[in-house]
Design a protein around this ligand. Sequence first.
Ligand SMILES: Nc1ncnc2c1ncn2[C@@H]1O[C@H](COP(=O)(O)OP(=O)(O)OP(=O)(O)O)[C@@H](O)[C@H]1O
Ligand SMILES: [Mg+2]
Length: 401
Amino acid sequence: MQKQSDPLDSIFNKALSGDSLFTNRQALRTDFIPENLPYRDEQITSIGQILSPILQDSKPSNLLLYGKTGSGKTVVAKYVLKKFDETTRKHSKSISVAYSNARLAGSEYRVLVDLAHSLSMEMPFTGLPISEVLQRIYNNISENNLKVIFIIDEIDYLAKHAKSSNDDMLYSLTRSSEHLKNGFISIIGISNDLHFKNFLDPRVLSSMNEEEILFPPYTVNQLSDILNKRIESAFKTKSVPSGTINLCAALAGSEHGDARRAIELLRVAGELAERSDEKSVVEKYVKDASQKIDKDRIYQAIKTLPIHEKAVLLAVDNNNDNSTTGDVYNKYQTLCKKISLDPLTQRRISGLLSELDTQGLINASIINKGRHGRTKKISSLVPNETIVKVFNDDPAANLLL
Ligand SMILES: Nc1ncnc2c1ncn2[C@@H]1O[C@H](COP(=O)(O)OP(=O)(O)OP(=O)(O)O)[C@@H](O)[C@H]1O
Ligand SMILES: [Mg+2]
């Protein structure tokens, strides 16, 4: 019998042959720090100037970096600190640099644990009062006369999910000199929410933004240049036509100039082209990439929903734009019975519908029916196949289908 060729063999053989459109995929990862950052000279220079007193052992001002998503705040901050680290090592200056992403850390406690670990301190992951953690960090800084720069990325997360202790933590950190006999700690806060200052305690704000730097969105032409530079490090020469670059830039620039979106489009388009054995990343793959990214994003959003919200989403009829809250609730109750789930009240479901509306997963519009009052019409914005896929992948929920 003739041996059938295994489809995996050809995939693995292709990978082993080294025949790829990419020369360095790492260069398209979000945590990659490029050698140069076009259009950010002004911001890089300002941060450098603000931080440079540390080289003469003086405390730099606290600093706030803000601008929309994908405008280069994180990469610029990391780039400057990397350069700083190189310079201080060369001149045998001892400076400690710490970084924490507040959203990923998830709580003020975890942010402080990140800081403590960067200062080579042992700190349990839970259990101590915030004030105790702060005190231990301050003791370490004072005793060892440490000079510390601490970046708190996505700092708005702390402000928005504020317990009152959050304010105390930021307040204390931004005025740490009052607690330190020696050494110092300067804070660089980063936020993509231009309104987040409204969430902050005014006392924290006034010490936090001693200096502020704005990152404007990139223009479409600037995005094209950024992509061109990235392509030099990531792709084989001549494998990305200019039409493809311009399309990625135009799509990513259509809302606001988001460099992350532009690079992601290019990376996914490259992957799709490679899987189709193309010799170059033709424009068609950018459109496919855009669809794939949107689909993946919706999939992720639904996947992480709690079971009741998943059931509500399934209860919104995909083929009917005229469903009312009552219709959805009835169907939701039937679904709950199927998987022995205690249904929530109609009022709670109405609240969940509003949340799904805010997340862009359904459309709930109020229709004015004249003297018959007002009613809510609910329709789904998610392709049926995506919902079905999520349910198939979730053992608790797939009983619903
Ligand atoms: N001027 C630039 N040159 C090259 N690459 C850039 C530039 N600006 C941003 N990028 C790249 O774009 C992506 C997004 O940048 P970054 O993560 O710094 O955005 P951000 O402003 O921190 O966004 P968010 O607020 O969503 O965290 C990263 O991959 C980064 O390397
Ligand atoms: Mg960022």
